[in-house]
Design a protein around this ligand. Structure first.
Ligand SMILES: [Zn+2]
Length: 507
């Protein structure tokens, strides 16, 4: 009974134009969220067309409001943080939608807006007109006028939306030629595991509860084993990885293990480590598919056996080692790590260090994400790759990218990778890089698999046909590769990984 009254109340409310406009705005926010998530997961083209038509016609005032907020958010106080962005968008968009629609209804081409002719038909009309005989000539002419206005507004929206899409078509680059003489390497992909096999992987409960866990499970189509004999998540993950690389234009991927946090030199799984993928498991997976995978060890330099582990990984053929300062609680500039860096140089092992914000796991010591912290390793002559080149997401207060731009001018042994830069909340990163030729010349192609690229947030740099195709692409390697080709990364970007690894022939 209560419910039916509530529904009745809502329906009555929706008979007012302002309420209808606000409802359209809320629906547009939902449609936008579906389109964005769909672009991560790979969404059919027909559904994209429907969603974009909505966003660019009836929902255009809301779409433009959110885009305008996104354009300024994260640039100055107090406009930082994702929650703030969502709350302000949710409040501002309906207001703008109502105001714009009211203005449009009053607007009559050739008449003064606001004058008597510019006024809305006296349709205080809502409830009253419903009680009047629907066949009266007055009502009919009002309805016709209303339909005309709606049609005109729809066409206006379509024109505005079309102009936005044309902007993307005009600015689209490439696609950049891919190398034919060297293999195409993805320099940054992750091996994960939850530890439901004999992998030795570990995933803390807090990481299981983190939004990334369900997101990645759905993205990769993983299922929790329910009956004895069901495939473990660890095995499913490797199978999916092999399928995705095999079906993409990428020839081989650098597959990373993930070391944990250490207390007094000992691995601390229970209280501080969020996730752990042991080097031994990574080598085992690489050995199953050496034609697809290149091993990348992961060593927390705080561990008491860091040097022995590095020697072991070198013996096993790892050309690269990764440190993830914010999850491992490591300050890369700590002088205690100099012997570790020295051994990397002696064994010709590339040192990859995560830089920039990390939102996918529990972290400590944000200041350790600054590429400036890599100076001691650079001074020693190590080949250093600053993963993600210090970037964050659009709403982040911290921005460490300027450090990378500065350091590439001083150190010829510093490189960066493009992993995760094509993802949903990072549309500002790549355009900034494209404006800096020196930084761009040091960039290595990497995906950050299994994290997904999102072509929709680059709508103003892609033609509609490319946008539709990339948002429909379900292979995460292929999508990231094709996106970066069309955004204007130079040919060197797709060769540099093979060059650094000394891989000279395609076969
Ligand atoms: Zn990564």
């Amino acid at each position: 009974m209560k419910h039916s009254k509530l529904i009745q109340g809502i329906l009555l409310g929706l008979r007012h134009r302002r309420s209808k406009d606000a409802a359209v705005s809320i629906a547009t926010l939902v449609v936008g969220a579906v389109a964005l998530l769909g672009a991560d997961y790979g969404i059919p083209i027909w559904l994209q067309v429907f969603l974009y038509l909505w966003l660019l016609t009836v929902g255009l005032p809301t779409t433009l409001t959110v885009l305008s907020l996104a354009a300024v958010w994260g640039r100055f106080e107090p406009f930082y943080g994702m929650n703030g962005f969502m709350v302000v968008s949710f409040l501002a968009a309906p207001v703008v939608q109502v105001l714009v629609m009211e203005r449009l209804r009053r607007w009559r081409p050739g008449a003064d807006s606001g004058g008597p002719t510019g006024k809305e038909p006296p349709a205080s009309q809502g409830p009253v007109s419903s009680s009047v005989d629907a066949a009266t000539p007055l009502k009919t002419s009002n309805r016709e006028a209303c339909m005309k206005t709606n049609r005109r507004n729809f066409l206006l929206g379509l024109g505005g939306g079309g102009a936005m899409l044309a902007l993307g078509a005009l600015r689209q680059q490439g696609p950049t030629e891919l190398p034919t003489d060297v293999p195409l390497i993805d320099f940054h992909a992750h091996l994960f595991g939850v530890g439901d096999s004999d992998s030795g992987c570990f995933l803390h409960d807090k990481q299981r509860r983190h939004w990334t866990f369900d997101y990645l499970k759905r993205l990769l189509g993983l299922h929790e084993p329910e009956r004895p004999g069901d495939e473990s998540i660890d095995v499913q993950l490797v199978r999916r990885l092999v399928e995705h690389v095999g079906a993409s234009s990428v020839d081989r991927i650098v597959l990373q293990a993930w070391d944990g946090r250490y207390t007094n030199g000992k691995l601390d799984l229970e209280s501080t480590t969020s996730l752990y993928v042991p080097n031994r498991y990574m080598f085992k997976v690489v050995a199953q598919h050496p034609e697809l995978f290149i091993p990348c060890a992961s060593i927390n330099p705080k561990r008491s056996d860091a040097l022995e582990e590095l020697e072991y990984c070198a013996e096993q053929g790892a050309p690269m080692v990764k440190i993830h300062p914010p999850t491992m609680d490591v300050d890369p500039s700590n002088p205690a790590f100099l012997p570790f860096y020295r051994l990397c140089r002696e064994r010709n092992i590339i040192l990859m260090v995560h830089t920039g914000m990390e939102h996918a796991a529990d972290i400590v010591g944000l200041e350790n994400c600054d590429p400036q912290k890599l100076v001691p390793a650079l001074e020693l002559g190590c080949t250093v790759v600053a993963a993600h080149v210090g970037y964050g997401q659009f709403y982040d207060r911290e921005d460490f990218y300027p450090s990378f731009e500065r350091l590439v001018q001083q150190y010829s042994n510093l490189y960066g990778d493009s992993s995760i830069l094509g993802s949903m909340l990072r549309w500002r990163n790549i355009p900034r890089l494209l404006d800096h030729p020196l930084a761009l010349s040091r960039m290595i192609f990497g995906t950050d698999y299994p994290f997904a690229s999102n072509a929709l947030v680059f709508w103003n740099r892609l033609s509609p046909a490319t946008l539709l195709a990339l948002c429909a692409e379900r292979n995460l390697f292929e999508r990231d590769l094709q996106l970066k080709r069309h955004l204007g990364f130079p040919a060197s970007h797709f060769r540099l990984g093979a060059q650094l690894l000394g891989l000279t022939s395609k076969g």
